[in-house]
Design a protein around this ligand. Structure first.
Ligand code: BES
Ligand code: MN
Ligand code: MN
Length: 506
């Protein structure tokens, strides 16, 4: 196929994350075109960090005068740029606000720097005065925002930042930077996978990318192709993929933690990802406008895969199995028809009333298979499942559903720490009869009872396949894609979920 993937393109991720290093000594020694002095809020205007005062003076700038003249407040991510005209020195001095100094603020300060210094490519930051954790959050913001999709129109991104600190060998400094780097790389992997057009991103391609990533990260992997899926009874994945000339896959990835000295058996978490490489809606065809973004419909699988690539680096203490449910939802002579009844992996029969409610069909197989064969202590699925979730919560917040309060709280807390946003929604029991079917165990859309609440009935459908295992579902249909660069989020695939999962697991 012209333009499709060639076998000699083995890379999992085509973009690179910036090199972020620490240094001691004078910020001017590093010769970057952009020099950064951090500021903090004060009354009536912000003030520079103590060390930064001298750094500004060294390039002939009176920080107090500039900040007062600009009425700079020192808010997180605020940038005041001062052009410098001297030969041999930096081209610009940026005063960069750090707000209240907490992780969220430092992340957005880092992101603001990455965007403002993108064209220049390199920056030196006078980061003296930041503790290790703050430094890590700052580096995370830089790494997350220094992203642009590869390709002929790739825009320039910041490639190198030196953070000048009091002591690069100080407690926690190297670890914080390593962690930030691993995290940013993982998010970039997820974004690259989401941003890849579906012409290239067939189910086989996505499974191949998983294999490459697994090899690089030292994960065990098993890939089930169409024959193994049919033989294994994966009727949901087979049914969704039946309209495509490019058959489905199920990928299982395993991360085994290093043995903890004298500890009991490690807990086992299963992550299940919706990997619909393109969602045309199937015979219940989508209109043109909503179909246009549907290369994103594998963002759940991308987040699971990307998360797993970082577990080793972050020395995650729990055993993690990733299950990617991969299919292309297309029209065609073999496609499932509205009214067809599929039998999922666990023998549940499902009446397909709408072929566009396909995510729950592939996840039904993945969840029930995982619950029955992998003995998980908890299962979490990520899926671009319902358009309704962005009506409820907007485009920057994922919906969280869970059968287990402790698991829900742990994930919500992880998302807060990580700088992503979730909001828990109920599994309203009274809505469950909406999924009743006259001809099968379940219908794939809530039609039997007029309750609306499409994200809730979708979650209730998934719950049927969790076999009592503590389970949480993240509906990322709104958050997985952004129409613009926004702080550490980038236009296109956002990589939503990687940060939350890593914070939770690690
Ligand atoms: N992949 C879509 C959900 C989606 C919508 C993701 C918008 C990203 C942006 C999903 O497969 C779907 O089509 N859901 C239907 C469910 C309906 C048929 C019950 C929807 O949301 O309209
Ligand atoms: Mn759909
Ligand atoms: Mn879909």
């Amino acid at each position: 196929v012209p333009g499709a993937h060639r076998d000699d393109e083995p890379t999992v991720t085509t973009t690179t994350t910036p090199t972020i290093t620490t240094g001691a000594g004078a910020p001017l020694d590093y010769g970057a075109p952009v020099l950064v002095v951090l500021t903090t809020p004060d009354d009536p205007v912000g003030r520079p960090f103590p060390a930064g005062q001298g750094t500004a003076e060294a390039v002939g700038v009176d920080a107090g005068r500039v900040l007062a003249a600009e009425r700079a407040r020192g808010d997180a991510g605020e940038v005041v740029a001062v052009p410098l005209g001297r030969d041999g020195g930096p081209d610009r001095l940026l005063f960069l606000g750090t707000g209240n100094g907490e992780a969220v603020a430092l992340r957005s300060a880092g992101a603001a720097l990455a965007r403002r210094a993108a064209a220049a490519g390199r920056a030196t930051v006078d980061a003296r005065g930041l503790a290790a954790a703050a430094l890590g959050a700052f580096a995370e913001g830089v790494g997350l925002a220094a992203y642009a999709p590869a390709g002929p129109k790739a825009s320039k991104v910041l490639t190198e930042a030196v953070l000048v600190v009091d002591d690069p060998a100080g407690p926690g400094v190297a670890e914080a930077l390593a962690r930030a780097g691993a995290l940013a790389r993982a998010v970039h992997v997820a974004r690259d996978l989401v941003n890849t057009p579906s012409l290239v991103k067939s189910p086989a391609w996505l499974a191949d990318q998983a294999a490459l990533a697994a090899a690089a990260a030292g994960l065990d992997i098993e890939v089930l192709g169409p024959d193994a899926l049919a033989a294994g009874g994966f009727g949901g994945i087979i049914g969704v993929g039946a309209g495509s000339s490019r058959p489905p896959r199920l990928v299982r990835l395993t991360y085994t933690p290093p043995p903890a000295p004298g500890a009991a058996r490690a807990r086992h978490v299963v992550l299940v990802g919706k990997g619909v490489t393109f969602d045309s809606g199937g015979l219940s065809l989508k209109p043109a406008v909503p179909m246009a973004g549907m290369k994103t419909d594998m963002a759940g699988a991308a987040a699971v895969l990307a998360t797993m690539t970082a577990l080793g680096t972050l020395r995650c203490p729990v055993k993690v199995t990733g299950v990617l449910c991969i299919a292309e939802n297309m029209i065609g002579g073999g496609a499932a028809r509205p009214g067809d009844v599929l039998t999922t992996w666990d023998g549940t029969t499902v009446e397909v009333l709408n072929t566009d409610a396909e995510g729950r069909l592939v996840l039904a197989d993945g969840l029930s298979y995982a619950a029955a064969t992998l003995a998980p202590d908890a299962m979490v699925d990520l899926a671009t499942l319902t358009g309704a979730i962005s009506i409820a919560l907007g485009r920057r917040t994922a919906g969280l559903f869970s059968s287990d309060d402790a698991l829900a709280e742990a994930l919500a807390e992880a998302s807060r720490v990580a700088g992503e946003r979730v909001w828990r929604l109920p599994l309203t029991e009274e809505y469950r009869p909406a999924l009743d079917s006259a001809v099968a165990d379940l219908a794939n859309v809530g039609k039997a009872l007029d309750v609306s609440g499409g994200s809730i009935t979708a979650a209730l459908f998934l719950r049927e396949f969790t076999a009592g295992v503590p389970w949480a579902h993240l509906d990322i249909a709104g958050a997985a894609r952004s129409d613009s660069d926004d702080g550490e989020i980038s236009k296109g695939g956002t990589g939503w979920g990687v940060r939350t999962l890593l914070a939770w697991l690690a």
